[in-house]
Design a protein around this ligand. Structure first.
Ligand SMILES: Cc1cc2nc3c(=O)[nH]c(=O)nc-3n(C[C@H](O)[C@H](O)[C@H](O)COP(=O)(O)O)c2cc1C
Length: 336
């Protein structure tokens, strides 16, 4: 147990290798840094690189056909002996096939999102799988806890990708969810640096899930055009869009402007769906069409300035976290 300014933290630090809290214990990892499951970005290469670096890598199943998912799981098993997991957006049409593949392939950790945690959690648990559900409010956090989840990702409004309708920011969401549930809380949304990890943990989170930071990694399967756009993005260049369908934080490109115009003149759901069409996300993030594609990314893209190896990202974040722990306040002295 360490204490900073009178606050006890549920972690033990002697050196970097000996960090331990409920999140590192749950997944058997060195650092409480989780690389988010992300469509068109997080395949086996990224997941295994993060796991090999001591974090937890997740394969994003949401953009994969079932047999493609099987291949990614098998390649990930071959590329790392460390724990890794799979993210399942539960609204995926082939979700039952996906889940069976994960069970058959011996996946041990699953992060579920975008759906009711009650539907699948007990099946996972019966198969010895650790289950974490992603939520955007305390109400949903309690539901996930009641469904038997082992931990929760609380994802704030800053986050890239699909977002909660209530628009609660990470800064408010984390303390609220930590107060509401007893299982470990993993903070997500707007986190890319070690000091941000520290801030989330001071608020009671026991780990972080980072998405946008890992989009701009060498191992991410996202297109290089998208990665470049992400690291070039400035503050204010993402906004929540498609609120009438499923709210999603997007980079402001030509496609985004078309959606904005349609929404401003009161386009209904059907028109928005038509405009969205098929495979927009693939076109933007995987094929690199920066005008016509859907570019999901978080506000924190404004802080990113390089495409790095995923292992280096984990290392840098952890180094800055440890430095922050030793000197939490900048430009401050205490006067007797
Ligand atoms: C390109 C992209 C794709 C994403 N796809 C998914 C997904 O398939 N499933 C999911 O649960 N969350 C998805 N997310 C959200 C992330 O899992 C994560 O919670 C979020 O990125 C955290 O916020 P940050 O981007 O500020 O780090 C995606 C995010 C991005 C940026």
């Amino acid at each position: 147990m360490i204490s900073i300014f009178g606050t006890d933290f549920n972690l033990h630090i002697c050196n970097q290798a000996m960090f331990s809290n409920r999140v590192t214990q749950l997944f058997n990892i060195d650092y409480p840094i989780i690389q988010a499951g992300m469509i068109w970005a997080s395949g086996w290469k990224l997941a295994s690189a993060v796991s090999n670096a001591g974090g937890l890598g997740l394969i994003g199943a949401g953009s994969m056909y079932p047999e493609v998912l099987r291949e990614h799981i098998q390649k990930c098993k071959a590329a790392t002996a460390k724990p890794f997991g799979v993210n399942f957006p539960l609204l995926y049409p082939d979700i039952d096939k996906h889940i069976q593949i994960a069970i058959d392939e011996g996946v041990k950790i699953v992060f579920t999102s975008a759906g009711n945690p009650k539907t699948w959690t007990q099946l996972f648990k019966r198969n010895g799988i650790t289950v974490v559900h992603v939520v955007s409010s305390s109400k949903f956090a309690l539901k996930a806890q009641d469904a038997g989840c082992d931990a929760i990702v609380a994802e704030g409004f800053e986050a890239g990708g699909h977002n909660g309708r209530e628009e609660t920011t990470t800064m408010v969401l984390i303390p609220a969810v930590v107060n509401a549930v007893s299982i470990p809380v993993i903070a997500a949304g707007g986190i890319a640096t070690g000091r941000q990890v520290l801030a989330a943990m001071v608020m009671g989170a026991e780990g972080v899930q980072m998405g946008s930071r890992f989009v701009a990694s060498e191992e991410a399967s996202s297109h290089i055009n998208f990665k470049q756009a992400v690291i070039n993005a400035a503050e204010g260049e993402t906004l929540l869009s498609l609120k009438k369908l499923t709210p999603v934080r997007l980079m402001k490109n030509k496609f985004f402007q078309q959606i904005q115009e349609a929404e401003a003149r009161g386009a209904d759901e059907a028109e928005l769906k038509e405009l969205l069409g098929r495979a927009r996300a693939k076109k933007g993030m995987f094929e690199g069409n920066l005008d016509e594609g859907e570019l999901e990314i978080g506000q924190v893209s404004a802080l990113l300035d390089g495409i790095l190896p995923a292992g280096k990202i984990v290392e840098n974040v952890w180094k800055e976290f440890m430095e922050g722990l030793n000197h939490p306040l900048k430009n401050t002295t205490f006067i007797e």
